[in-house]
Every structure is written in structure tokens, then in C-alpha cells.
Ligand binder design. Structure first.
Ligand code: NAP
Length: 518
């Protein structure tokens, strides 16, 4: 909750497990480099990468340099790189072996003798989740987690596979780290506009009085991807869209949209309010799931005029796979503020547009003076654009100039270049380094999210909720459109990196948009 540019981050040794992996190369080293380039990293911050591969310090630095050249948007300035490289070290080790943790501990102690790191240690687990619990135990047994300063554990997703496995993992972590020392990553919470939801809601007097079931008809949250499963089938076959996106990112956006104002802008006050949303989230039994949740899988289709294969034809996918590549759901938050307002969420692969947007649709006027007039009268929308464009717009109705009563929708728009915003991982690393866990997930959030998701996963597993198909390049199966048929009648279009053309939106969907019944 602090300004990222105003102060230096506290000294510590940053130990990165899985330092040779994809996430480290694409996101974590670029994020650390940006923090260094901006002068946020204090002298006493050293980075120690570890993994099984053999590297000297020098050879590992070369690998990091290559990764930065590939994944950092700007050119890497040599002087900046040289000073960043001095922070980087590498210790080979296997997380299955206690003796490798002891070697790592000795190296960290050596570094701490050479420079003042304040006795602080950060451990980032960027490796397969099956290693998380064991690594935490070895951190404790090897003495690496024993330090006179602070110690923190950042842990990647997924946090468990269901409630039972998440609880087991949490118990393992709890033997070595206290809850306030554990930083569970949900990188959506590091996104500029996700963090901005709170500000838009709680810093603008025009929204909060309208932010409830008296004024809001529905909320739609879409997070769509154009890519297919790519080379991630071995992971995706066990997760599907439900575990990959709904349990974490989509529910986080629901929480941010629906939470009550916190009593203070303090981490636990904010997280308390988020958790209350999950407590009020209506849970579906296995038998009810089919009425509220649609699962889909893409078949062969066209993306930008190019033929692409179906999910079942992708490498390493089982020929009879039932994995969901699309999930849409109608949620209800049964509390005073939201009773009766549907929250629709949908996420999928091979959608026509890559986009993450939240559409808040306000109720129609009690009487439409302008109903049946020429024009395109539509409901007021507040659209929060999270990715790839960062911004928001409000859709309002105005009179078309020069006409008597021809009503047209216009968009009041604000957008900012996502290029100027720090990447989510940069922001989250920064927050963890200052000990701010606001935008990390607390155990009760994770556990309640799994308790909501588990019966849905069970309905998927047993076939109690049918698997629908959709052609690549479509907005999911027909059943997902049927889900919104009564209210509001359509999924509002999302625009990806395009500018919303409001007149087009409403005229395209005119029948539905105008004749909504509540
Ligand atoms: P990855 O490319 O498979 O990297 C795994 C890392 O773990 C490698 O550095 C590997 O290096 C190391 N490793 C494997 N077995 C080890 C062992 N026994 N002892 C020590 N090190 C070992 O995985 P990733 O894609 O970077 O993902 C890392 C984590 O981030 C996962 O939890 C994933 O779910 C999460 N995540 C990744 C992405 C992404 O875009 N990649 C996005 C969101 C979340 P060696 O082979 O050299 O040991």
C-alpha cells in the first residue's frame, strides 16, 4: 500500500528456488531487474538462484542476462546490467536433499558475513507445487529459516488441487512459517487495474452510493485468452480452467468488486472484507452445478482466419480428455448489499479476443421516457479494463446532436498505457520486500475458494455437469450464452486492445440491451 518509487527496499538475501525455470526467466528476473534499475533495491540485497542444473555464478549470470534481453521491454543498459549482475549468485541444489539445503545455508551465511543483509531472508518457491511443502520443511531443518532478521516465504500458484490438498500443504508450511510470513502469489492481484478497483470504488463518491442491488443489475467478469493450451498440457490436463483461473484469479476479481469498504486501509482490514465476500458466496451442491456453471472444451476452429486444432488434437492431451478449457458461471453473493444480483464470470482459451474486463451494469430507469424512440438506448455500464488495455469507461445515454430525441450511448473513457505500469510481479515482489501482504492471498481466502470450487470440480469429474464444446475462435458454448439469457440477455462485448465503439456495441446487441426485464 505504499508508493513504489519513494524508498529503498530493505536489505535481505533473496533466495529463488526454480531459478532456471520459465517463470524465473520470463517474469521474476525481469521484475528484479526493474526494481534494481529504478534504484529501489538497497545495496544489501543479494539474489541467490538455486536449481538442480550446474552453473558457475558467472555462467548463471549469463543466462539471466539472456533472459533479460529477451523479456524486458526496454534495452538493457550495460552499466545497469553490470551493477545488477553483482547481486546475482547461484548455488546448485536438489530440493529433495537436506544436504543441499545445508550447502545453500552455508553460502547464505557467507554472503551475510561479507555484507549487511540485516539478517533478513526471502525465499521464493518458483517450482512445481509438489515441492512446496517439502522445501518449507527443509528450510526449517537446515536452519536456513533461522535468522535474526525477518524471513518470508513467497509461494507460487497453484496452492493445492482441492481443499484437502491445500489444507495439507498449509499445515506443512505452518510448521516452518507463520501465516504472516507466507506470501501466496495470485499475480492478478499485482495488476494495476485490479488494485485500482478499490480506488475507483472507495475514492469516488459517485460510485459507492450506487454500488449495490438497488442500482446494479448484474456484473460480468471476463478473462479470455486467444491462445490454446500450447505446451502446458501436462499441467493443464490436471487443472483445467476451473482450477487454473476460477479458484484464484476470477474469484479475486469478484471479491475486489463486491467487498465492503474496509475500516482502514490496512492489510488485514482489507483481507477481512474480501473473505466476507467468499463467506457470502452461494455454494452449489454437485447436483446444482449444471444449473449455474457451464464447462466447455474447444474444438478445431479459426483464429484470425487461420485454422487451429482442437484441444484433443493438442500435444500431450489425452485423446478422450474431459478437461475444461472454458468455464462460465452465475454466482450469487447472498448478503445485504448483493442479494439478487448475478455475478457472471467466464474464462476460456481460444476465445476471439484476449481481454480481462469487469462490466458493471446499472439498472434501467424506472420509466423509459425515451423507450421506443429512434436511437440506441442502452443501460449505463461501468467497464473496468484490466488487460491488455488498462482503463475504464462509463457508458451513458445522450441526445444525438441535431435531433429531437434520438438517444445514443457515449463512452466517457480513461485509459493508460499498460507499458508505463510496472508488471504485476514487480509490484508484488516490491510489496513482499516491504512486508505488505495486502495483495497476496490469506489462508482463509484460499480455503474458502477451494470449498466453493470442490463441488464444481466433482460435478465436472463425474459428468454431473455436461462438457460442452465450442469451436476455437468462438465465445464459448451456446450454454454460456443461455446462462445470461434472462438477465441481462447477453455477454457484453469485451474489446481486448481495441477502443470500445459504444454505438456499435449497443446497436449490435440492441434487442437485448434495450429490452432487459428485471
Ligand atoms: P519450470 O519451468 O518447470 O521450472 C521449474 C524449476 O524448478 C526449474 O528451475 C527447475 O530447474 C527446478 N527444479 C525442478 N526440480 C527440482 C528439484 N528436484 N530440485 C531443485 N530444483 C528443481 O516451471 P515454471 O513454469 O517456472 O513454474 C514455476 C512455478 O510457477 C510453478 O508453481 C508454476 O505453477 C508457477 N507459475 C508459472 C507460470 C509461468 O508462466 N511459467 C505462471 C504462473 C505460475 P532444474 O531442472 O535445473 O532443477
Amino acid at each position: 500500500m505504499e508508493n513504489q518509487t519513494t524508498h529503498q527496499l530493505p536489505p535481505h538475501v533473496f533466495v529463488l528456488f526454480g531459478a532456471t525455470g520459465d517463470l524465473a526467466r520470463r517474469k521474476l528476473f525481469p521484475a528484479l531487474y526493474q526494481l534494481h534499475r529504478k534504484g529501489s533495491l538497497a545495496d544489501g540485497i543479494s539474489i541467490v538462484g538455486t536449481a538442480r542444473s550446474e552453473y558457475t555464478h558467472e555462467a548463471f549470470r549469463d543466462e539471466v542476462h539472456k533472459a533479460l534481453k529477451e523479456f524486458v521491454k526496454e534495452d538493457i543498459e550495460d552499466a545497469v546490467w553490470q551493477s545488477f549482475a553483482k547481486r546475482i549468485h547461484y548455488v546448485q541444489g536438489n530440493v529433495d536433499r537436506l544436504e543441499d539445503f545445508e550447502r545453500l545455508r552455508d553460502f547464505v551465511l557467507e554472503l551475510e558475513q561479507k555484507a549487511d543483509h540485516g539478517g533478513n531472508r526471502m525465499f521464493y518457491l518458483s517450482m512445481a507445487p509438489r515441492f512446496f511443502g517439502e522445501t518449507a520443511l527443509y528450510l526449517k531443518q537446515s536452519g536456513l529459516a533461522d535468522t535474526k532478521g525477518w524471513r518470508r516465504l513467497i509461494i507460487e500458484k497453484p496452492f493445492g488441487h482441492d481443499y484437502a490438498s491445500a489444507a495439507e500443504l498449509n499445515d506443512q508450511l505452518a510448521t516452518a512459517f507463520a501465516e504472516e510470513e507466507i506470501y501466496r502469489i495470485d499475480h492478478y492481484l499485482g495488476k494495476e487495474m485490479v488494485q485500482n478497483i478499490e480506488v475507483i470504488r472507495f475514492a469516488n463518491s459517485m460510485f459507492e452510493p450506487l454500488w449495490d442491488n438497488r442500482s446494479i443489475a448484474s456484473v460480468q467478469i471476463t478473462s479470455s485468452e486467444t491462445v490454446g493450451v500450447e505446451d502446458r498440457a501436462s499441467y493443464y490436463e490436471t487443472s483445467g480452467a476451473l482450477r487454473d483461473m476460477i479458484q484464484n484469479h476470477m474469484l479475486q476479481m469478484v471479491m475486489m468488486t463486491a467487498m465492503e469498504p474496509p475500516s482502514r486501509l490496512r492489510t488485514e482490514a482489507i483481507r477481512d472484507e474480501k473473505v466476507k465476500v467468499l463467506r457470502s458466496l452461494r455454494r452449489y451442491s454437485v447436483d446444482e452445478v449444471k444449473n449455474y456453471v457451464v464447462r466447455g472444451q474447444y474444438t478445431a476452429g479459426q483464429m484470425n482466419g487461420k485454422a487451429v486444432p482442437g484441444y484433443l488434437e493438442e500435444p500431450n492431451v489425452a485423446p478422450n480428455s474431459q478437461t475444461d478449457t472454458f468455464v462460465a458461471a452465475k454466482l450469487f453473493i447472498d448478503n445485504f448489499r448483493w442479494a439478487g444480483v448475478p455475478f457472471y464470470i467466464r474464462t476460456g482459451k481460444r476465445m476471439p479476443v484476449k481481454s480481462t474486463e469487469i462490466v458493471v451494469q446499472f439498472r434501467n430507469m424506472p420509466k423509459h421516457l425515451y423507450f421506443n424512440q429512434a436511437g440506441n438506448l442502452g443501460p449505463n455500464l461501468l467497464v473496468i479494463r484490466i488487460n491488455p488495455v488498462e482503463g475504464m469507461y462509463m457508458q451513458l445515454n445522450v441526445k444525438r446532436p441535431g435531433t429531437d430525441n434520438v438517444v445514443v450511448p457515449i463512452a466517457m473513457e480513461f485509459s493508460q498505457s499498460a507499458d508505463k505500469s510496472p508488471e504485476a510481479y514487480e509490484r508484488l515482489l516490491h510489496d513482499a520486500m516491504i512486508g505488505d501482504s495486502t495483495f497476496f492471498t490469506r489462508w482463509d481466502e484460499v480455503s474458502l475458494a477451494w470449498k466453493f470450487v470442490d463441488p464444481i470440480a466433482e460435478a465436472f469429474r463425474t459428468g454431473a455437469a455436461p462438457l460442452h464444446t465450442y469451436a476455437a475462435g468462438e465465445w464459448g458454448p451456446q450454454a454460456a450464452h443461455d446462462l445470461v439469457k434472462e438477465n441481462p440477455g447477453l455477454w457484453w462485448p469485451v474489446y481486448g486492445d481495441q477502443t470500445p465503439s459504444v454505438e456499435t456495441v449497443v446497436s449490435r446487441e440492441r434487442a437485448n440491451a434495450v429490452e432487459v426485464k428485471y
